[in-house]
Design a protein around this ligand. Structure first.
Ligand code: GDD
Ligand code: MG
Length: 324
């Protein structure tokens, strides 16, 4: 089985974490974000993944490699300019099977893709959308179904307060390649705003999927996803710890330094005596000086917090030095 993963976005809401590192390979707990997606897809029988890339594609390939062996083969297709969510799939058309999964590359999830695939086949759908229930659909694609699972309405980005709880587009699709016939090549096309609305009444189906689902596109959600992984609320291959703590390799933690509640101390980080890190992620190679306090923050690789300084609610870029 094949999957196309959209990874062309710039991840602007996660800056400065994503200034030099594309969001798809931003480290989340102990591995690049996309590794969770690759493992999840493999667990549902996917053996080939096509990444539709735009921003900083070389880094992506360098970090993730070409797969193969027991894990899916990985291919990279690079658009000359961002073509939108449908334009990017169209651009990769020659590499695609007649039927494939298509996924937004910025969600952490363990939803049941096999159920979506089976329902797609049973119903002879042209496109099947995995849906997830949320209290506030603002910022997502809101989907309305009839009782048999046919999509009645697809409303991308409803206004805040537009509607109560609803089923949103989880960015998880099974597509027939034939739907690409109607997509213009070489220009920006949105699958949410153009393609799905045009398929209503024409084999567009939706299915509510249960499990864990989160778009990690903001610092708050990045932190939340970290605790969900470490505390085991999403099924991943990562080790779990009920206190929400993860300490990477080659760290130096002075006796008397306080770690947690909730802390990811990435590889080669140093916590000096009397320092304290809570509800925060140190991605790697960070140093927290003696008596310094880090709370509710995300530190990119190489950040140094000088002794005695308090860092609260900050998102810091690579190699920043925080002085009193
Ligand atoms: N290759 C490529 N080219 N990828 C793109 C492009 C492009 O031009 N534009 C966006 N992407 C990728 C992004 O990297 C991301 O993985 C995915 O497509 C979705 O784009 P976002 O910009 O993150 O969209 P969103 O989060 O506002 O909304 C989408 O996701 C929601 C669920 O998280 C929509 O699909 C909503 O309907 C959905 O509910
Ligand atoms: Mg998104």
């Amino acid at each position: 089985m094949q999957a196309l993963v959209l990874v062309g976005g710039k991840g602007t809401r996660l800056r400065p974490l994503t200034t030099e590192t594309p969001k798809p390979i931003l480290k989340l707990v102990d591995r690049p974000f996309l590794s969770y997606m690759i493992e999840w897809l493999a667990s549902h029988g996917v053996d080939e993944i096509v990444f539709a890339c735009g921003f900083l594609p070389d880094q992506l390939e360098r970090v993730l490699g070409n797969g193969g062996g027991d894990s899916p083969a990985l291919h990279y297709v690079v658009e000359p300019e961002p073509l939108g969510t449908a334009g990017a799939i169209k651009f990769a058309e020659e590499y695609l099977n007649d039927r494939f999964f298509a996924l937004n590359g910025d969600v952490l999830t363990d939803l049941d893709l096999t159920a979506l695939w089976n329902s797609h086949l049973e119903n002879g759908a042209s496109a099947s959308l995995g849906l997830y229930p949320v209290d506030d659909p603002a910022g997502y694609g809101l989907v309305d179904l009839d009782e048999s699972g046919r999509v009645l309405d697809f409303h991308e980005k409803p206004e805040p307060g537009h509607a109560g709880p609803g089923l949103i587009n989880a960015g998880t699709y099974v597509l027939e390649k034939s739907v690409l016939a109607g997509v213009a090549a070489g220009r920006q096309v949105s699958i949410e705003r153009e393609v799905f609305p045009s398929l209503i009444g024409n084999g567009l189906r939706g299915m509510r999927l249960d499990g864990y689902w989160m778009d990690i596109g903001t610092p708050d959600r990045y932190l939340e996803a970290s605790w969900d992984i470490v505390e085991g609320r999403v099924r991943t291959g990562a080790e779990t710890n009920p206190e929400g703590m993860y300490i990477g390799s080659d760290c130096e933690i002075a006796t008397g330094a306080k770690v947690g509640p909730r802390a990811i101390i990435g590889n080669r980080s140093i916590l000096d005596s009397g320092s304290s890190v809570s509800n925060s992620v140190l991605i790697s190679d960070c140093e927290v000086g003696s008596g310094a306090v880090v709370i509710d923050s995300i530190l990119s690789p190489g950040v140094r917090v000088k002794g005695g300084v308090r860092v609260e609610g900050r998102v810091l870029g690579k190699n920043e030095v925080i002085d009193a």
